[in-house]
Design a protein around this ligand. Structure first.
Ligand code: C5P
Length: 400
């Protein structure tokens, strides 16, 4: 199973469900968290049981559901259960429950658990847009943030009441991502990371172009992993069909030249630069403005070399810590090491093109001055997290 990385034992999440219609989505959240390798125990307020049954939550979590203060003989459920948790997540969190948290109330099991905790608390608000924008709720949410509680969302969109606006709970997959992210070591806090991802598109005429099969998945996973570890991430992306990871600034470009310009404008400010994009080596010398008409005569396209973005950034007088990628179809170690030296990179990540392109899994080998370090085959986000941990260490080592 793909779990969160680097944990000695399974992390325990106490998932608190309060009484809102988004409670039905908590069932999917439990399923996703269990799939990620977390142990999940659910606690529900009385109002939550009006929306979804404890039986459902017990079946999905495989643990008894906590419903009231008096479940253990000593009446200490709030202390025992909060001590056992590595994090408490409230999803959905109603306006009423947020108000209780903001004021330190403890008049039911879930609020008592939160008050008695010595672990991080994450809260996913879900309510009608008017309730969300009410100054009282806004005051309370600010108080939670000031108290060090992570507020996840809400999102904007259609609401169960038929209205449209701010107050929808984040989707279970987004919440699961945020929860996993909260467990990542914050090795890159304060670091500005600039990176490229995806393919480039070199126009031939108004409708045709030269591109490649890069999906952007590896680059987007790296952007997400870096942001989870506290980095400020700017992602210069070629055309891909992927959603931008939460908290990442994305700059969309098409051609290698546009990518080059976007990177150059920001390179002076970056601490780390990672070139993950599959940049086209050549572009069409004279792209036609209109669609070229078909004719029986043979056709020749004149191609000219594109700038090498990574090599140029790495040879700046005061370059950021530069990391490159090499996708090779054969003799990976030899070509990767050659490329690393030619582009003057402290670190180059190699992978076999036929294993990597478009797929969800990958296998990486890291090449640096000390030789090579293979990372085990895994999904791209797991590999991205391991890679970013390695980069964080190497970056800090290089600064000493
Ligand atoms: O294409 P090549 O194998 O040389 O790519 C190796 C690395 O250089 C990759 O990290 C890629 O993003 C980067 N690169 C670049 N600009 C180019 C070609 C490659 O930044 N024009």
């Amino acid at each position: 199973m793909r779990g969160i990385m680097g944990q000695a034992r399974r992390k325990r999440i106490l998932l608190g469900i309060t009484g809102g219609i988004a409670a039905y989505k908590a069932a999917e959240l439990v399923r996703l968290l269990v799939k990620q390798g977390f142990e999940v125990q659910v606690a529900m307020t009385e109002a939550a049981t009006q929306f979804i049954t404890p039986t459902t939550m017990q079946a999905l979590s495989g643990q008894p559901v906590l419903l009231n203060q008096w479940q253990d003989e000593a009446g200490m459920t709030h202390i025992h259960s909060s001590r056992a948790a590595d994090a408490i997540v409230i999803a959905p969190a109603t306006a009423d429950f947020i108000a209780k948290l903001a004021h330190g109330m403890a008049d039911d099991l879930l609020s008592a658990l939160c008050l008695a905790r010595d672990c991080p608390l994450l809260v996913a608000p879900a309510m009608n847009k008017q309730m969300w924008s009410n100054p009282a709720t806004q005051r309370n949410v600010q108080q939670l943030a000031a108290d060090g509680i992570a507020v996840l969302g809400p999102a904007c969109g259609s609401q169960a009441c038929g209205e449209e606006g701010m107050g929808r709970m984040l989707e279970p997959a987004e919440l699961a991502d945020e929860i996993v992210a909260s467990f990542q070591p914050k090795l890159l806090t304060g670091i500005k990371l600039l990176m490229t991802a995806g393919p480039t598109y070199e126009a031939i005429d108004a409708v045709r172009g030269i591109t490649n099969r890069s999906s952007g998945k590896m680059g987007y996973a790296i952007a997400q992993a870096a942001r989870e570890m506290g980095a400020q991430v700017t992602l210069v992306s070629g055309p891909v069909a992927l959603t931008t990871p939460v908290g990442v600034e994305r700059i969309s470009v098409n051609s290698a030249q546009e990518m080059y310009d976007a990177v150059n404008r920001r390179a002076g400010d970056a601490d780390i630069f990672i070139g993950v994009a599959a940049v086209a080596d050549y572009r069409v010398a004279h792209p036609a403005e209109q669609k070229i008409k078909k004719s029986a005569a043979p056709m020749t396209l004149e191609l000219v070399a594109n700038p090498d973005i990574l090599a140029d950034i790495a040879s700046l007088p005061n370059p950021p810590f530069c990391v490159g990628f090499a996708a090779e179809s054969e003799r990976l170690a030899e070509y990767a090491e050659q490329k690393r030296r030619a582009k003057k990179l402290p670190l180059l990540v190699g992978n076999l093109a036929q294993q990597a392109i478009g797929s969800d899994d990958n296998e990486l080998i890291l090449f640096d001055d000390n030789g090579n370090h293979p990372l085990p085959r895994a999904d791209k986000l797991t590999l991205a997290r391991l890679l970013m941990q390695h980069i964080a260490q190497r970056y800090k080592g290089a600064k000493l």
